[in-house]
Design a protein around this ligand. Structure first.
Ligand code: UD1
Length: 356
């Protein structure tokens, strides 16, 4: 069987790393990188560290408006599909790369397998929500990470093609988490390109959502909160935010925040495991905080991963200094038998579904 996999953004590289490793033993996989993430530390470092095969195609499409990016991807992916004629298409998550690929394939009658199907926020103002809903409704096989996603798909009348497998991000966390040498991995690269070690005690911040970063005031509030904490904050800055952060730092001083370039996956996992607490707007980091049993505060208006929101393990906060600090002070409790993200073997189940 020939399966074509589409990746484009960081979280997709991580999921593909654990799935493709198994898939390649069973069939011919064509790996296509749309180019959505292209900086060395947003893309190549993941392929190197996670030992992902070199993509068979890199379409080099990035930046621009959502429409321009998605449209360019749609026509380029169609060309590749026409040339390669795969029997199935495998897509992950909710990025513009996911939607473009699913759309190109369904028009060519190629069955789409969507991993991470069924997550819903309940608002079309979130660009990822649009990508999720459209992709789910044109996919042949909906592969979900959580029970709540299964319920959303049921409500939308899609139960007949829905499967629960657990979260491949959990597989990756277990697999790579065991391999990292804690002491060696927490090396950060400053904006000037110098390598520094992260502090022994620190908080970990990531923030890249369009909703939080398109207005200076929101990011300023988030940084003010982190700057007040009892230990420094490590903050790898997504390229989307780089210029905004530099501009803000010309006006305000944040002595308690260590800003650096985006990190690879292994460094990020090491930061998760060693942080005091985590503040983020990333869906991936919320789950990784949960896997590592670290208290998380999610700066966002909507719950993306309801399973993480129990026992104060993950609280939503507004992008306001006071609210973030208050939520960080709410202590979590851990129920060690509560494992909503599967058994760490989601990748095997995904491959089984693809092979059917
Ligand atoms: C995308 C996904 C988001 C996912 C995130 C993971 C969509 C709609 N959003 O958001 O769901 O959580 O990836 O990180 O697909 N840029 C660079 N260098 C890079 C990558 C991006 O400079 O290597 C710039 C782009 O040119 C653009 C901005 O950063 O100006 C945002 O990138 P984009 O890919 O549009 O969305 P993300 O915020 O990364």
């Amino acid at each position: 069987m020939k399966i074509l996999t589409i990746v484009g953004a960081r979280p997709q590289f991580i999921k593909a790393a654990v799935v493709s490793r198994l898939l390649r033993n069973k069939c011919q996989e064509i790996l296509v990188h749309t180019g959505q993430h292209y900086d060395y530390n947003m893309s190549d470092v993941f392929f190197e560290e996670l030992d992902i095969q070199k993509p068979d195609y890199n379409l080099g499409i990035s930046g621009g408006s959502h429409g321009v990016m998605t449209g360019k991807m749609l026509s380029s992916i169609e060309e590749v599909l026409l040339k390669e004629k795969p029997e199935k298409l495998l897509v992950y998550g909710d990025t513009n790369s996911t939607l473009a690929a699913a759309l190109a394939a369904v028009k060519l009658h190629i069955p789409v397998y969507h991993v991470e199907a069924g997550n819903r926020l309940g608002t079309l103002e979130n660009p990822e929500e649009v990508n999720r809903i459209c992709t789910d409704h044109i996919s042949t096989c909906l592969i979900s990470c959580t029970e709540s996603a299964i319920h959303f798909l049921e409500r939308e009348g899609l139960s007949d093609r829905t499967y629960f497998v657990g979260d491949p991000m959990y597989d990756a966390f277990l697999y790579y988490g065991e391999q990292i040498e804690e002491k060696d991995r927490r090396v950060l690269i400053t904006f000037d390109g110098n390598a520094i070690k992260s502090p022994d005690e620190f908080y970990y911040l990531t923030c890249h959502r369009q909703e939080n970063t398109d207005i200076d005031e929101k990011l300023i509030e988030i940084l003010k909160a982190m700057n007040e904490l009892d230990a420094p904050t490590v903050y790898p800055v997504h390229p989307r935010n780089h210029n905004r952060v530099l501009r803000i730092c010309n006006k305000y001083t944040f002595n308690n925040i260590l800003m650096c370039k985006p990190t690879g996956y292994l460094t990020s996992i090491s930061l998760v495991k060693n942080a005091k607490k985590i503040v983020t707007d990333s869906g991936g980091l919320q789950r990784e905080a949960f896997f590592a049993e670290k208290k998380c505060v999610t700066v966002f208006d909507y719950i993306v991963w309801p399973e993480t929101m129990i026992d104060e393990r993950n609280n939503l906060a507004k992008p306001q200094c006071k609210d973030i600090l208050e939520k960080l002070n709410v202590e979590q409790t851990i129920n060690p038998v509560y494992k909503p993200f599967g058994d760490g073997h989601a990748s095997e189940k995904i491959v089984e579904l693809l092979m059917k």
